[in-house]
Structure formats: C-alpha cells, structure tokens
Design a binder for this molecule. Structure first.
Ligand code: UGB
Length: 622
C-alpha cells in the first residue's frame, strides 16, 4: 500500500460547528472521529455531498458509516496526493475529454529509430554478455494485478503452465530465469555483485492471495522468500459525471464503487514502498518491468539489458515488429510544433485515430513490409534506477493518467456507466524532460513475444496473418523459439507441421524445452550443443545445467534430469514411441481449463528419461 497522504487542513472558521455539512451528515457528526470528520470535510469541499444524502439518524447503520470512512481512508492513502488530488485530476481530465481534447493534440506521429537486434550475431552475443554482467545490479518487477478478462481463465494467469511438456508454470519460469541470470551474473562479476536479484510482484485484490499461495505452496520455486516482495495495488473510485462526483456502489450505499486503475500503479507503489531508495543504497542500477504471460521474454532480456547499458538508456522499451491493428501499442515519435518531442507507446486503440487525424487517411495499416511501420510495444521496460527515482520524487510516484468515459449521447453530459482514471506503466516517459535518454530495442517476435491473452473463441477470429496471442500459440511459440535457437547453434531440427487447435492454425515444431539454468543466453546454447538431429514428432527436455549435446539423433521423447555438479554428454540414437499431441475439444468440460484453452494435450506413449542425481562426469551413448 502507498504511503498515507494527509487531508488538507480544513479547519476554516466558515466550516466550524458543522455548518459545512449537509443535514444528514451534520446529524451524524457526533458519532464520527476527528479523522473521519476531516475526511468528510474534504469530501464536502470537493462537492461530494451526495455521498451522505441517504444517511439515516445516528444509531442506524453506524458500523456501515465507519466502514465508509475506512474505505475513504484506503482510497486516500493509496493514491499519490490522496483522494483530493484524484478528484481534482479527474475533473480536469473529464473536462478535456468533454471538450474533445486528447493528450496527443498538436503532436505529429512519426516512426522512431531504435536498436534493431539480429538474433545470434556477434553484436547480439556481445550485448547478451554485457546484459548478464549487469543483471546482478538489476531488480525485476512483474505486474500481475490483472485478471486477464480477455483470456477468460478462472485462475490467475501466473499459475498457467507456460508449456505443457515440462509443465513449467509462468511464475516458476520467471523465477527460474531470474535465478539462472543471477548465477550467471555473479559468476561473471565475482566479488562485487549483490547475490540476490529482487523480484517484486504487483498484485491486486483479484490476484494477491492466489499469487501468495502459489509461491508458498511451491517453496517460492527455489527463490528465497525474502527475495520476493508482493505489492498490492488498490482500485480507484468510480466517477459518476463530468464533475467527478464519486459513484456509490449500486449494491452498497455505504461504499464508493471502485475499479482498477491500471498497471501504471506499479510506479507509485515502488516509490511509496521505499524499495527504490533501498535498491539505490544496495548499488542497483536497473529496474526491469514485465508482464504475466510471455514465455519468451527472458530470451530477450540479456541482450536488451546490454543495450540499456551500452547506450546509457534511461528508458528502454522492448518491441517487436507489429502487425497493423494488433492489440499491442505502437512505439511512436511524437513531435509538437512548440518543439516538444517524445518517443512513447501509443496504445493500440489510439494509434489508428491519431494517424487518421494527422494526415494518414488509412490509419493503422501495414506498409510494404507487411508490418505496421510502428514497432510493437511488448510492455517490457528497462529503467535506469537513479533517473527513475529522481523523476518519481518530483511526482510522488504519479504518472500520466487518462479517462475514457462512455457518454450517453453527443452532448457528453452523462455517462452510460461510471468511469475512473486509469494509468499504464509504459506512460512513465511521458513526463520526462527532452534531455532524458529514451530508446527502444526491437527483437524478432519469434524470440521475444508470445503472450497468452485471448480466449479460444476470440483467438480463432484474429485475421489471418495476425498473431492469436492465445494459450495455444503461447505454448507453440516456445517450442518454435527453442527449435530455431538450436538450429542457429548448428542443430538439424526438422521443419514444423501445420495443425489446427481451437480453430487456430499453428506451426508444430519438435517440443524442445529447457530449464533456464541449462541456457540463459545464446552463447550458453552454442557452448552446449555440438551436433544434434531432432525429428518433428520429438520431445526433448533438458532439466540440468551441464548437459552437453555432442552427437545426438532423437526421434521420440528424451528427458534429461541432472544435478548441479553432474556433467552429462549425450551421444547416439534415441528412438521411441514419443509423446503425441492430441487435439481436444474446447467445450469438453471434463478436461482441466488450462488444457481446454490450449486445445490439445500431450499423450505420453513412450520416452527415455535419464536421471543423473550424483555429481560426476557421465556419458550417454544411445
Ligand atoms: N495489470 C496489472 O498488474 N494491473 C492492472 O490493473 C491491469 C493489468 P493486459 P493489454 O502485451 O504487449 C498491454 O490487460 O491491454 C497487468 C499494454 O498496455 O494484458 O493487453 C496484467 O496482469 C500494450 O501496450 O494489457 O496491453 C498484465 O501482466 C501492449 O504492450 C499486464 O499488466 C500489451 O500489453 C498487462 O495487462 C502487450
């Protein structure tokens, strides 16, 4: 929770003796504490008297009346500057919205230039090495307060398997990746590095207890529990009209209706928790933000952190080539006639209207390359800690917000339903001075981005050629990336087959999966793979750090487990019935939800499982 904000001193003589309070509230002043009265004065001064209109005589519903102030206290404490600032910001943004002003008024969009990386070349490997060195001076921040309404999954998204071959859950994969980076980094920077990379997870009322339970019931997936910090974001008050009148909950007249404020809360929470200060004192330099369901993300992290370090970027956003109308924001240069200029994410629902309003009659369309000219924001940000802290100190953690009311009609005088202010974490650079060093890094989509966001029905409707962003494609993308990485390292990996699951056509590559401790960079893969041949129907899972593929032919399923100090060399032929992928019907309710949303399950017909549980040197010859 954010640091408490104080209510303005309202002990103004005109407001004494309860004259300031509307009748129903005035009658109840006798049951309220000093603090509750101060909050009530603030609300009345901000024209929120309607909140008390229905209040009965003292003695009736008193507990609920105190409950109301408990909620007001929470709303007041969890917003930078308190509820007063929230109401005033809302009034100003609602007035702009009514007047048809938008934050991009006067700005002309153009395509910015950034670092475009080519996977596996010398530059990429050099950047990965720099990134790994820097990693022990980084903190990771996972925003996981969203329920993922588009996916329609009943659990928290972090508890979904990232792929079903090894069954590794998203949160587990993230933690294991951070631990692998930590180990690799500390080996490179011996002596001078802090040994534990902090992981902050932003949760919300919707996700907090389930995230904590997931961590606790899995021993934090190998991380020390003190290394993981959960910060819960609070919802914000809903607004009933253009005057920013707070909306009462339709089901409880002693409650203000609330809705999520958005992932941008993460900045205020980091600031008010004191973590940024603490990290500065520990000598950390970088804060890396990421989202809940991108199983490829850590393949892009070392090189992009390397870009931040070599380019001295205060802000580095990761991006991938974007298909027009894809539901990811476009990184855009915005230039104003008054000289202001910034490189910023323009959210997917705003890019098309902005382009149309500025001389691009076709709006958000692909160019001759078949992609939008604007790189797609994958909402993974790398911020340099010191300038980040300086900026948040100026704003008390607040970042730019927006409001998106749905008006009843063109007079824009009333809303179809209550609205609220929102904020997005990628809007942080909006308030930075032009001197700030803001850049972005573009990677191949196959390497860096495959989120799980859309339910099967919506995913199947995505126009051909655009990514489905579903549980089906999120998993298949991991096998494709691992297969392509092995190919780049010299392996012979058979071409994929095309299959349709849950109405989505996907490439099915060999199911290659490895634990991050096996390889966190391309250099690791190259070092560990000399020669391999893997057929399309194969499954290959590597679960130990020191497994070397010397000369292996695989046509079936091979699982290799090994402990830290076991060095294992793989040679020869492995052929067995393997693991088959069987399509399942999304509507088959006898199956687990995480299986149904993928549209397939793995049938284990035959496999070779090798276990090396003792330290030593081992050689397998199939
Ligand atoms: N999240 C929170 O932690 N709290 C909240 O209140 C809301 C969300 P969505 P969407 O993938 O690249 C974002 O809902 O609409 C977390 C970017 O804005 O998945 O798809 C939530 O748990 C967009 O520019 O976001 O859009 C999840 O981890 C584009 O980059 C994360 O925030 C797109 O993601 C994102 O929430 C993307």
């Amino acid at each position: 929770m954010m640091a408490g904000s104080t209510v303005e001193n309202l002990s103004n003589p005109e407001m004494s003796d309860g004259d300031w309070a509307p009748t129903n509230l005035r009658k109840n002043l006798c049951i309220l504490s000093r603090n509750e009265i101060d909050l009530a004065k603030m609300l009345i001064k901000e024209k929120q008297g309607h909140l008390f209109e229905h209040w009965p005589e003292p003695g009736i519903d008193d507990a609920a009346k105190h409950g109301f102030f408990n909620q007001v206290t929470l709303l007041n404490n969890s917003y930078p500057g308190g509820l007063l600032s929230y109401i005033r910001n809302a009034r100003s943004l609602l007035a702009d919205s009514k007047a048809g002003k938008n934050p991009y008024d006067g700005f002309i969009p153009s395509v910015p230039s950034g670092e475009v990386l080519s996977f596996g070349d010398e530059n990429f490997m050099m950047l990965e090495e720099v990134g790994v060195k820097e990693a022990c001076r980084a903190a990771f921040v996972l925003v996981a307060g969203g329920l993922g309404e588009r996916l329609g999954y009943n659990g928290i998204k972090l508890a979904l398997p990232s792929e079903s071959t090894s069954g590794t859950l998203f949160l587990q994969h993230y933690i294991e990746s951070i631990l692998a980076l930590q180990d690799a980094s500390c080996k490179l920077v011996e002596g001078s590095c802090q040994r534990q990379i902090p992981l902050v997870i932003m949760t919300s009322d919707d996700t907090h207890s389930r995230t904590l339970k997931l961590l606790e019931s899995n021993a934090y997936f190998g991380m020390s529990s003190s290394q993981v910090i959960l910060l819960k974001q609070e919802k914000v008050a809903c607004l009933a009209d253009n005057d920013a009148s707070l909306a009462l909950d339709p089901n409880d007249k002693y409650k203000i209706q609330t809705k999520p404020h958005g992932h941008g809360d993460v900045h205020a929470l980091l600031y008010s928790s004191g973590l940024l200060n603490e990290w500065c004192k520990l000598g950390l330099k970088w804060v890396l933000f990421f989202q809940d369901t991108n199983g490829l993300l850590f393949k892009a992290i070392p090189a992009s952190l390397g870009v931040s370090a070599t380019k001295s970027y205060h802000v580095n956003s990761l991006a991938v080539p974007r298909k027009a109308k894809e539901a990811i924001g476009g990184i855009t240069r915005l230039s104003h006639a008054d000289g202001r200029t910034m490189v910023i994410n323009v959210e997917y629902n705003q890019l098309d209207p902005l382009l149309r309003a500025t001389g691009h009659p076709d709006g958000d369309v692909n160019d001759e390359t078949g992609y939008s000219p604007f790189p797609g924001n994958i909402n993974q940000l790398i911020l340099e800690l010191s300038p980040y802290m300086d900026e948040l100190q100026k704003t008390n953690g607040a970042i730019a917000e927006f409001v998106n009311p749905k008006y009843k009609d063109s007079t824009k005088t009333s809303f179809k339903s209550s609205t609220r202010l929102e904020c997005m974490m990628q809007d942080y650079p909006k308030t930075l001075p032009p001197t700030a060093s803001v850049g972005f890094t573009v990677m191949d989509t196959w390497l860096a981005y495959a989120p799980v966001k859309n339910n099967p029905k919506d995913a199947a409707k995505v126009p051909k050629g655009n990514p489905h962003h579903s549980a089906t494609t999120g998993e298949m993308a991991i096998y494709r990336a691992n297969s392509l990485i092995l190919r780049k390292a010299g392996g012979h990996i058979e071409d994929p087959k095309l299959e349709v699951y849950n109405g989505q056509e996907v490439e099915v590559w060999p199911r290659v999966a490895w634990k991050p401790k096996w390889a966190i960079t391309f250099a690791d893969v190259k070092r560990k793979v000399r020669s391999c041949r893997i057929s399309q129907r194969s499954t290959f899972v590597l679960k130990g750090p020191n497994i070397f593929i010397e000369d292996l032919f695989l046509d079936g399923a091979l699982i290799v487990n090994s402990v830290e100090d076991a060095e294992v060399k793989l040679n020869g032929h492995v052929k067995n019935e393997g693991w088959e992928i069987r399509a399942v019907d999304y509507k088959d309710c006898s199956l687990a939800e995480e299986v149904r949303i993928r549209g397939f399950q793995i049938e284990k017909k035959g496999q070779l499982e090798l276990n090396y549980n003792e330290p030593g040197n081992f050689s397998f010859n199939g």
